[in-house]
Write a protein that binds this ligand. Structure first.
Ligand SMILES: CC(C)(COP(=O)(O)OP(=O)(O)OC[C@H]1O[C@@H](n2cnc3c(N)ncnc32)[C@H](O)[C@@H]1OP(=O)(O)O)[C@@H](O)C(=O)NCCC(=O)NCCS
Length: 345
């Protein structure tokens, strides 16, 4: 057992003389589809330019799933890699949570399809919908089960095939999104604080800023709904931008306050990879250095619930974080929803 590098900071779970078990990430993994769609490819599809997309968002390219590649396929591939890194087999999983807004179908849950694909026969399985914030919501739920000793091993996945709900005729949105999946296996680990805290927030008053009007009980699919392009996501870009900066700042400050940790103690900040300007604005407001930020949005664009999960896997794989380092995850998405998590790696 590797001892924790530092025990100076306060574990908010220990606030009330907490003696119970904590929850750590035993392994992470990710998967992105092979097909790359570049900004210059998009120039041929809508009236846009590499220069506009790069300066306004920081995105250079994104991955697009194959026609016969679905959210559950990407989720299962990421899950297999996370399990291998964690040294966990499918039959050890007690629970699978898949965070997604692009399930294979309305039901059954994508989590059940993942359970079948990876052969995790004894695991319970459900989907969670908190849009781009889903991965932190899922981590927090998983942690509750582990702390309460209900389950020992939980698989959390963020996976999206956003290309299936992107309006490829709308230049305001189609340049922003991509497909992919990231996964984490959660277990208790002795001598580690693990997930120190997870802040979760929501504001349903602002549900209309980012939404998909069709496909639910309010507007089931009809020829008219298809013609009116109601099965694609819609967004108020400017307002979403402002709310994203504000919400991630507030969530980050609350998470750090709860842990009594200064931002300088965070080794790696992994923000939702939606827009480079949002990330830089949040970093400035919370007093973070550029060197603390992990950014991969130039390669993948915004992959919603998969975003911070893929980035976490890449940060770990590239050696940006080591055992005992502190990580700050920040998310924001439709709902509106937001969240922040402090993790001792
Ligand atoms: C979408 C976003 C990049 C637009 O950037 P912006 O600086 O706000 O740009 P604006 O909305 O002011 O648009 C400026 C102009 O560029 C145009 N434009 C929009 N998309 C364009 C594109 N892909 N290529 C070229 N021009 C484009 C607009 O039509 C507008 O033109 P107009 O002034 O003639 O009307 C930005 O608002 C954003 O990132 N918002 C948050 C999105 C997000 O992260 N959503 C997910 C959250 S989980």
């Amino acid at each position: 057992m590797t001892p924790a590098k530092s025990t100076e900071f306060k574990n908010p779970r220990a606030k009330y003389n907490f003696q119970g078990r904590t929850c750590s990430i035993a392994g992470v993994g990710s998967y992105v589809p092979a097909k790359i769609l570049t900004n210059s490819d998009l120039e041929k599809m809508v009236e846009t330019s590499d220069e506009w997309i790069t300066t306004r968002t920081g995105i250079k390219e994104r991955r697009i799933a194959a026609p016969d590649e679905f959210t559950s396929d990407m989720a299962a591939a990421a899950a297999q890699r996370a399990m291998a890194n964690a040294g966990v087999t499918a039959d050890q999983l007690d629970l699978i949570i898949v965070a997604t807004i692009t399930p294979d179908m309305p039901f059954p849950s994508t989590a059940c399809l993942v359970q079948r694909k990876i052969g995790a026969r004894k695991a319970a399985a459900f989907d969670l919908e908190a849009a781009c914030s889903g991965f932190i919501y899922a981590l927090e739920i998983a942690q509750q089960f582990i702390m309460s000793r209900t389950y020992d091993t939980v698989l959390v996945v963020g996976a999206e095939k956003l290309s299936s709900i992107t309006d490829w005729k709308d230049r305001n949105t189609c340049v922003l999104f991509g497909d992919g999946a990231g996964a984490a296996v959660l277990r208790s680990r002795q001598n580690s604080h693990g997930l120190l805290t997870a802040v979760m927030g929501a504001d349903g008053e602002k549900a209309d800023l980012l939404f998909m009007p069709g496909g639910g009980s309010r507007c089931p699919a009809t020829p008219e709904s298809v013609n009116a392009r109601m099965h694609y996501l819609r967004m108020e870009g400017k307002e979403t931008f402002k709310n994203a900066v504000q919400a991630m700042q507030t969530a980050a400050e609350e998470a750090l306050r709860r842990c009594e940790i200064d931002i300088a103690r965070i080794k790696c900040i992994i923000p939702h990879q939606a827009n480079r300007r949002i990330i830089d604005a949040v970093a400035e407001r919370i007093g973070a250095n550029q060197s603390q930020l992990f950014v991969n949005l130039h390669k993948y664009g915004n992959t919603s619930a998969a975003s911070v999960a893929i980035a976490l896997d890449e940060a770990v794989a590239s050696g940006r974080v080591e055992r005992g380092d502190l990580i700050l995850l920040l998310v924001f998405g439709a709902g509106l929803t937001w969240g922040a998590a402090v993790i001792e790696w």
